[in-house]
Design a protein around this ligand. Sequence first.
Ligand code: R2B
Ligand code: URA
Length: 304
Amino acid sequence: MTETTSYSGNGLVLVKNPHLDLMEEDVLYHLDLGTKTHNLPAMFGDIKFVCVGGSPNRMRAFAQFMQQELGLAAAGEDVADICAGSDRYAMYRAGPVLSISHGMGIPSISIMLHELIKLLHHAKCRDVTIIRIGTSGGLGIEAGSVVITDTAVDSSFRPRFEQVVLGDVVVRSTELDKDLAEELLACSRDIPDFPTLIGHTMCTYDFYEGQGRLDGALCSFSSEKKLEYLRRAYEAGVRNIEMESSAFAALCRLCGLKAAVVCVTLLDRLEGDQIRASHEVLWEYQQRPQRLIAAFIRKRLGLT
Ligand code: R2B
Ligand code: URA
């Protein structure tokens, strides 16, 4: 069974669940928020940009950076964790920007996204743009390059995400918003310090065997087989590999959210498996998607 996309004409988030309307209260358990315990429209109704990324510390740093970039606070000023009552995810806000962590892998990001999308719905947010900023392994491109995903593909290079629902496999499209990707690429031209490109992103269920690494606790293939697979991925248009983009693209698309995935590459997988760059280099790499998104948001808000 394949599910199709629909877009809301009024900019509202589309939750496609008739049961929600019948519920007296919706507890967003992993975010420690709820419709009876919190005034969600007052807390979040003016949010226009949602940025998600794996690590809680990185998303806190991003919110602090955005506060400065939007002229809302001085450097180093702290931000409060809106989900402090839950130790699953962290959430911060800087003006119209919400910054949330999603952990590693599809199950973790899926849970967060279900609750986040319901949150945006309950808060009656309009015209929200959502962006995943993350890390990845590059394919045939210089380490430190930033890849803007046009389509997330699975480990067989197919543009699809399979969700098992009541034992049946439901197939969902993983295409992302083309105009948004182009807009982000245009913003990157004002930041000459690192290469930025548009390409396919391969989304896997594992970091080691699932990404063709030779350095996991298990490995049943040769170095030649690994390289043959990664070269095939490159030929299919894949430029980076990570672990959340397909579920992210599929869920956002179905719920009418304009979405983008912007990941820095920490290494070139055609050259190796281990991430050996120093902490300083990796820290600077991780700033790159944040700098690009800050430039994009500033431009959208008419601040540049
Ligand atoms: C990128 O980096 C993480 C694995 O190190 C994973 O969350 C991802 O998608
Ligand atoms: N994240 C991944 O999923 N893979 C890499 O190689 C690096 C970061």
